[in-house]
Design a protein around this ligand. Structure first.
Ligand SMILES: CC(C)(COP(=O)(O)OP(=O)(O)OC[C@H]1O[C@@H](n2cnc3c(N)ncnc32)[C@H](O)[C@@H]1OP(=O)(O)O)[C@@H](O)C(=O)NCCC(=O)NCCS
Length: 222
């Protein structure tokens, strides 16, 4: 079994721990050593019975381990990767055993794919993307680096999600283009392209905020 450490010891970290347990139930693959967390490392000793080992800068103490990022904000995911700034690090790609992945799909490093998510054909999922549970991606969908797609989102075939986007739960994205740093509110229906750095909500989705979104849609992030 390979050693693995989760960076981020909040609620999403707990969910990723469960994903790792789920993968192990299917095929013994990971030895979960515990968590690193830059914000909560001195506030809790254990999470779900796994140790909180220190901060992300302690990564060097585990040269053979794999790592996964459990921060629910694209910007924090990016910042964590950039701060660590090491080519040699082993980033785990974690895919629930309930997900069937056709060989035509391209899936990058550090990607997390939750239970019952469905990728069809020729999708491109870039590094450090998180597809939460029950996401449906049509053919040739592209999802850019660090983006987070929440539960029950559907993206039509050929839809393009830029880098560091956050798509809220239950939303529908037509075969359109979301630029980079776009936030889509929960239960929205996006039927037209959205340029970078906007927040859109509603049915059909309209812009409510512009400028780079600086707020995480996860309650868990700092
Ligand atoms: C879109 C979102 C990020 C906006 O958050 P915010 O910047 O704090 O915005 P506010 O709460 O100040 O809302 C601004 C306005 O947009 C409206 N609004 C916010 N989210 C909305 C949504 N999803 N659908 C429709 N309208 C929405 C608010 O009612 C408010 O309207 P008002 O100005 O008429 O009162 C947030 O509301 C959202 O939907 N987050 C997604 C949560 C989610 O799915 N998380 C995944 C967890 S796994």
């Amino acid at each position: 079994m390979k050693d693995i450490i989760i960076i981020g010891a909040g609620a999403l970290g707990e969910e990723i721990a469960w994903l790792i347990e789920e993968i192990n139930d299917y095929r013994k693959e990971w030895n979960l050593l515990g968590f690193l967390d830059d914000y909560a490392f001195d506030k809790k000793d254990t999470v779900l019975g796994y140790k909180v080992l220190g901060k992300s800068t302690d990564i060097d103490a585990y040269p053979d381990a794999y790592f996964t990022i459990a921060y629910g904000s694209p910007n924090l995911r990016r910042k964590t990767v950039e701060n660590i700034n090491k080519e040699s690090i082993n980033w785990a790609t974690l895919i629930s055993p309930t997900v069937r992945v056709h060989h035509s799909n391209k899936i990058g490093k550090g990607v997390i794919i939750g239970r019952y998510t469905d990728l069809t054909i020729n999708c491109e999922i870039d590094d450090f993307v998180m597809l939460n549970i029950h996401v449906v991606l049509g053919h040739k969908v592209k999802v850019g680096k660090y983006s987070i797609i929440s539960p029950n989102v559907t993206v039509n075939g050929e839809g393009i999600i830029g880098e560091a986007c956050q798509v809220g739960a239950n939303s529908f994205i037509k075969n359109i283009v979301l630029g980079d740093n776009v936030t889509v509110g929960a239960s929205s229906c996006v039927v037209k392209d959205v340029e970078s750095d906007h927040v859109v909500v509603g049915v059909p989705a309209k812009i409510i905020k512009s400028g780079r979104p600086n707020k995480s849609i996860s309650r868990d992030d700092q």
